[in-house]
Design a binder for this molecule. Structure first.
Ligand code: FAD
Length: 309
């Protein structure tokens, strides 16, 4: 069996694998797609000490760093079930291909995915004006016009954040009112360069073949369509943790995030979690790496305390 089995090969999983392997213990990583969300981004400018890198390059370096150690990397493997330890003290992770991996401890780092609008142009202009992360991509739109789609807490927070960087923000909400906390709404309404449009259903992202030039929304009350000229669209309609397969086994928050304590321990003994799939706030690469390292150290600590002398 593995001493530490990491499920997920993004920044959190890669960090967990390196930290575990450096303890000289038997380490494995099973990942559906090694690299994770980093593979879906281009420009990365907030990976501290590396002023500029690109997603595919960072993903390759994550894998290279893990492979410097004696880690069993199982790429293109999707976990479908976690079974808590029985009498033998071993946890089981079942894979879609029918295999079952046994481990003394498990680090869950299956990340998350942004909910998409599913409208024409969204995919085509992804990273060419369509963005999902204001902390990551906000500065790329300095002085420009952007829209934020979604009037929940994350949308309104994003609009407030972006209003300080970009020229103008149009916030579009599907419902007839914003759902964000009142204090955030008050802050948003006080900003001079923000327009708020409710009952607005975004129906298309427009572009010139290279980059975003605008969007179209339908007024859900009047029924007519309107066009907004802009350079960027931030989609803030939800971040979905990849934890569906853990329902009923590990405690999840109402949003589906794995509930962890400050050491990354979950509700199941010997099972730790890190990164975007957890309740830890702010979903970022450096944060996921720090949390992954922490979870691996906590798993090692657990092994030391539970294994026979
Ligand atoms: P992920 O990167 O999501 O990795 C999850 C891993 O788990 C993947 O390997 C996945 O295949 C695997 N997995 C999922 N389900 C299963 C399963 N059932 N079985 C096995 N494996 C599974 N952050 C920044 O700090 N700076 C940026 O500039 C930046 N830009 C971004 C741009 C875009 C377009 C996106 C989408 C995100 C961006 N982020 C950025 C956020 C950053 O990518 C994430 O915070 C980070 O990747 C989270 O790491 P993670 O390891 O927790 O999860």
């Amino acid at each position: 069996p593995f001493d530490v089995l990491v499920v997920g090969g993004g920044p959190a999983g890669a960090a967990a694998a390196v930290y575990a392997a450096r303890k000289g213990i038997r380490t494995g990583v099973a990942a559906e797609r090694f690299g994770g969300q980093v593979l879906d981004t281009m420009s990365i400018e907030n990976f501290i000490s590396v002023p500029h890198t690109e997603g595919p390059r960072l993903a390759a370096q994550l894998e290279q760093h893990v492979r410097e150690y004696d880690v069993d990397v199982m790429n293109l493997q999707r976990a479908t079930r976690l079974v808590p330890a029985g009498d033998d003290g071993l946890l089981t992770v079942e894979l879609e291909n029918g295999a079952a991996l046994r481990a003394k401890t498990v680090v869950l780092s299956t990340g998350a995915r942004w909910r998409q609008m599913g409208v024409p142009g969204e995919d085509q202009y992804r990273n060419k004006g369509v963005a999902y992360c204001p902390h990551c991509d906000g500065p790329l739109f300095k002085g420009k016009r952007v829209a934020v789609i979604g009037g929940g807490n994350s949308g309104v927070e994003a609009a407030i954040d972006l209003a300080g960087i970009v020229g103008h923000v149009t916030l579009l909400e599907f419902d007839d009112r914003l759902r964000a906390d009142e204090v955030l709404q008050r802050k948003l309404r006080s900003l001079p360069n923000v327009a708020i449009i409710t009952s607005a259903q975004t129906t298309e992202v427009l572009g010139d073949g290279q980059k975003v030039t605008g969007l179209v929304y339908k007024d859900r009350v009047g029924g007519d369509s309107h066009r907004v000229e802009l350079e960027g669209v931030f989609v803030q309609i939800g971040l979905l943790p990849n934890t569906e397969w853990l329902k009923g086994t590990v405690e999840l928050s109402p949003r589906g995030e794995i509930v962890v304590d400050e050491r990354g321990q979950t509700s199941v003994p010997g099972v730790f979690a890190a990164g975007d799939c957890t309740t830890v706030p702010y979903k970022q690469i450096v944060i996921a790496m720090g949390e992954g390292s922490k979870a691996a150290l906590a798993a090692f600590d657990h092994l030391v305390r539970t294994s026979a002398p």
